[in-house]
Design a protein around this ligand. Structure first.
Ligand SMILES: [Zn+2]
Length: 328
């Protein structure tokens, strides 16, 4: 299974900043040591043209040249620096490469070690998110799929970060080709939520059983209302009971069951799935990374299933030509 990282583009943060930047490097270290079947690649930066599928050119330019206003930087939560701009681009690039990988090989799973920056809108960032990687990936895969197969591609975004995917919801509000599902804490950030295609609000202190029941219902409803060709899964670690910001009480086992449900939903429909890590702010950083490691372990089990039983090539598809190659 292929996964893409950009954690070596270190964003300089003032001391005492509450964002746990170290978790990304730590995740990569542990993946390399504990799960060598995850094939790690440095992410390429997303281009201006790719970002412009979603973001306003003036915003892309302001991030690139450092002319973001202080208010906009405060809303993002990171001070601007060249490294901040580069990291934001690479974080989108990681999701794009993962998406091209699974679309190119016709199924299976791939991942971004960061990403899931769902609070970013077309013309502004927020909540530690600069650009919206899932939105750019959905738009780009739709464009590439239409070009290659002369058919539209529908994308399901399953956002299980504890915070609502407000930017994503807004970006696709009027677009029936992308379904946005968000399960999140009712009382958590963002305090002004945007309507997704399906929102499920959870009370503070929500535990495994209630969460998994809500997720089952949501995935059933998604299946009734939408037939995707690609699933983008935001596997946030912040619903964990040890999270500083999450306000929910999911255990390690509960989060593993959550991941299995989403991956099984995609697998049983033979859909390619891309996942990204999103939030995670454990009192103990190692607990956050453990939730993420567990997500990769579950994903590897599904990737093995897929490799054992890849889907037959669709009739009329030129045999094998794009099987192992990412799109040009
Ligand atoms: Zn979050």
């Amino acid at each position: 299974m292929h996964a893409y990282y950009a954690d070596h583009f270190v964003l300089p943060l003032p001391s005492g900043h509450r964002f746990p930047m170290a978790k990304y490097g730590r995740l990569r270290e542990r993946l390399a040591r504990e799960l060598p079947e995850v094939d790690l690649h440095e992410a390429l930066p997303a281009s201006d043209g790719e970002l412009a599928l979603v973001h306003a050119p003036a915003y892309i330019a302001a991030v690139a040249d450092g002319s973001l206003s202080p208010a906009m930087q405060r809303e993002i939560g990171f001070p601007w620096s060249p490294a901040m701009a580069e990291r934001a681009r690479r974080s989108v690039g990681a999701t794009l490469q993962a998406a091209r990988r699974v679309m190119g090989q016709g199924g299976g799973l791939a991942a971004n070690l960061a990403g899931g920056t769902h609070h970013a809108y077309a013309d502004k960032g927020g909540g530690f998110c600069v650009f919206n990687d899932f939105a750019v990936a959905a738009r780009l895969m739709q464009a590439e799929h239409a070009r290659r197969h002369r058919q539209p591609l529908r994308v399901a975004i399953v956002d299980l970060d504890v915070h609502q995917g407000n930017g994503t919801a807004r970006l696709f509000a009027a677009d029936p080709s992308v379904f946005t599902l968000s399960l999140h804490g009712a009382k958590n950030f963002p305090f002004r939520k945007e309507p997704s295609d399906l929102d499920v609000e959870l009370p503070d202190g929500c535990g495994d059983d209630d969460y998994l029941h809500a997720l089952d219902l949501a995935l059933d409803e998604l299946a009734r209302r939408f037939e995707p060709g690609l699933v983008l899964y935001l596997a946030g670690a912040d619903p964990h009971e040890g999270d500083r910001l999450g306000r929910l009480k999911l255990s390690f086992d509960g989060l593993e069951a959550r991941d299995r449900r989403v991956m099984d939903w995609a697998w049983s429909r033979r859909l390619p799935l891309v996942f990204a890590m999103g939030g995670g702010y454990g009192h103990d950083l190692e607990a956050t990374v453990q939730v993420q490691i567990n997500t990769y372990r579950t994903a590897l089990a599904f990737e093995r299933r897929w490799l054992a039983r890849p889907p037959a090539l669709a009739a009329g598809t030129p045999s094998g030509t794009h099987w192992h190659n990412p799109a040009p």
